[in-house]
Design a protein around this ligand. Sequence first.
Ligand SMILES: [Zn+2]
Ligand SMILES: [Zn+2]
Length: 172
Amino acid sequence: MARAAVSAVPPRAWLEGPCPRCQAGWRCPAGDAQRPACRACGAPASALAHALVDAGGALRGCLHCGHDQMYAARDFPRRLGLAVVIAAAALAPFTYYISLAAGALVDAGLVFLVRKRVHCYRCGAVHHGFARPQVWAPFRLEVADVHRFGSKASVVAALRPGAEPPAARRQD
Ligand SMILES: [Zn+2]
Ligand SMILES: [Zn+2]
């Protein structure tokens, strides 16, 4: 299987998301040519849009569905955060509760250390390990509503027909 020789997809970037037909999870390296076929319902594999990765390894749109409205979120390791909280609480009686403050600090530090991932509003694909995820704004409920409810979303009434919801595109 030959892969495109020139690709700006960062080598360790990977994707995950719900199956477009049955919502079962899939994941694959972002450099793969296709999203794998669904193991649960057999939905066929689909090509990944590597052209949407710019020369610097940042995303211009969703590699899975091609949509250009996405949001960035922290890739926070929840189990690790929870383990810190539990350890801090367990140690509290022996450390004059200093461990609680230390645990809070560690948690805050984790939030800044972990990289952001980029989510597609339309298909739910999550992009891990790409460059400059901060070009995408954080999650906006009104944008998600437009994708979930279409013309029934409350924000659509406030926009002129055909207008796109605000602030969901790449902000360089
Ligand atoms: Zn499926
Ligand atoms: Zn998508």
